[in-house]
Design a binder for this molecule. Structure first.
Ligand code: AMP
Ligand code: MG
Length: 425
């Protein structure tokens, strides 16, 4: 097993106290051990899960050549090289009810979308172009051989790979599986994620706030973000800032989960006893990441009762929790769930309507609203106050404005990168 120490010692300029966002991502990625166990579920229950087997087609879909349009099926060679051709109507073909007869020379068949191409035809002429009177059908010039015909196997062909292990199963994949007639499919087991909030000042919802207390909101954002990712979640409540309670909570979580997420308690003032505690439970590094918000974060692996769990110690500030979750944890949990390929969020470029103050040397994740102007062009505006405790900035925003590490201030009208919240499943 690779240790964090081994991973970080191979990195150029690794400094836990000034770690670039991309370096932190690279360390996390290199340290993950995905779950490998699969279970078989009914196709519908596979929605949102990770495929646990390669799917190879056992069928041609469609099974037969068929018509892509409503019109007339004919043999292209029957058409006159120039000018129109009059053909005799020999019958009809509907989806699910094919033309049974045998087509003679100079004959055509009325055909509907999805109907099997009658034997002896290779081309469909759409009905709008044709003049039909009784059983006489006049086809204009200019038809291309094979037009409006869907070929057998053009969607899925026998023996060809359809979906790979590690693919996310969404609506399109469910439909593909169904089009192969599959009733069940293997998916990776769900990731078990335990989480709790730390802090003596935290008060649970539904109780009265004492002076100096705040309601514990992080457990609710985490609950929402983890539920959207399709994890099995273990909500362990609020844990007080005392070594015995924290140790008990961390051991319980490590024994039971694939990943453990905490919020609070990793900032400089608080880190010391947590640091010592985590060092006893496994290997955890404490980072100051060159980012805003979300600077302090702990990452590693903790073990108890023969089980090891990946550990993410997120900052306490409510916006920092969401930013570090989306920038590090989301991708990590997807990889741990067995997802293959690149799961990073796409970055899109749009003009920014306002100036943004920014110093080079850290990546900033401002909250923004992407909207269309009167001309129909998209641009982004920062949502007012950007403090890491202002959770309203996340609720009012629909995207992150990501201002790169090396970049300085942004002038109004300059292009910036955004990451949309929509689609963060
Ligand atoms: P900490 O990282 O523990 O020093 O917390 C930083 C700030 O975040 C403090 O102002 C905390 O009160 C606040 N905070 C920590 N945990 C939570 C939580 N679960 N819900 C809301 N605010 C929190
Ligand atoms: Mg705290």
């Amino acid at each position: 097993m690779t240790t964090l120490q081994q991973i970080t010692s191979c990195m150029d300029a690794y400094d836990p106290d000034a770690l670039a966002v991309d370096q932190a991502r690279a360390v996390v990625r290199a340290f993950l051990t995905p779950v490998a166990t699969s279970e078989r579920v009914a196709v519908r229950s596979a929605l949102g899960r990770v495929l646990g087997e390669d799917i190879v087609s056992t069928l041609d879909v469609p099974a037969h050549d068929n018509s892509a349009m409503d019109g007339y099926a004919l043999l292209h060679a029957d058409l006159a090289p120039q000018g129109e051709t009059v053909l005799r109507l020999a019958g009809s073909a509907y989806a699910g009810r094919q033309f049974e007869g045998k087509l003679g020379k100079g004959e055509c068949v009325r055909i509907m979308t999805g109907a099997v191409m009658p034997e002896g035809t290779d081309t469909v002429v759409i009905q709008e172009l044709v003049q039909a009177a009784g059983d006489s059908v006049c086809i204009p010039a200019g038809q291309k051989r094979g037009q409006n015909r869907r070929l057998a196997g053009e969607d899925l062909a026998v023996g060809k790979p359809v979906l790979r292990t590690g693919s996310a199963v969404g609506p399109a994949q469910l439909g593909l599986l169904a089009s192969l007639g599959l009733a069940e499919v293997a998916v990776r087991r769900r990731l078990r994620v335990a989480f709790f909030s730390t802090g003596d000042e935290l008060c649970s919802v539904g109780t009265q706030l004492a002076p100096g207390e705040v309601y514990d909101s992080n457990r609710y954002t985490l609950y929402g973000m983890l539920s959207r990712l399709g994890c099995d979640i273990i909500d362990m409540g609020v844990v007080r800032d005392d070594p015995a309670s924290l140790e008990h909570a961390l051991r319980t979580a490590a024994a039971d989960a694939d990943a453990v997420i905490t919020s609070g308690g990793v900032s400089v003032g608080e880190a010391d006893f947590i640091r010592e505690l985590l060092a006893r439970l496994g290997e955890v590094v404490f980072w100051k990441i060159a980012m805003k918000p979300g600077r302090p974060m702990a990452f590693g692996k903790i073990e108890h009762a023969g089980n090891a769990a990946h550990f993410f110690g997120l900052p306490g500030n409510p916006v920092a929790v969401m930013v570090t979750f989306y920038q590090f944890v989301r991708e990590a949990l997807l990889a741990l769930s067995g997802r293959s390929g690149d799961c990073t969020l796409p970055l899109l470029q749009v003009p920014c309507t306002a100036a943004i103050r920014k110093n080079p040397g850290r990546t900033e994740f401002q909250r923004g609203t992407l909207a269309r102007d009167a001309q129909g062009l998209w641009s982004v505006s920062p949502t007012g106050a950007q403090g890491s405790g202002v959770l309203r900035s996340m609720s009012e925003a629909n995207c992150f404005i990501v201002i790169e590490h090396a970049r300085g201030p942004v002038k109004p009208g300059e292009a910036v990168q955004v990451q949309l919240f929509d689609g963060l499943i």
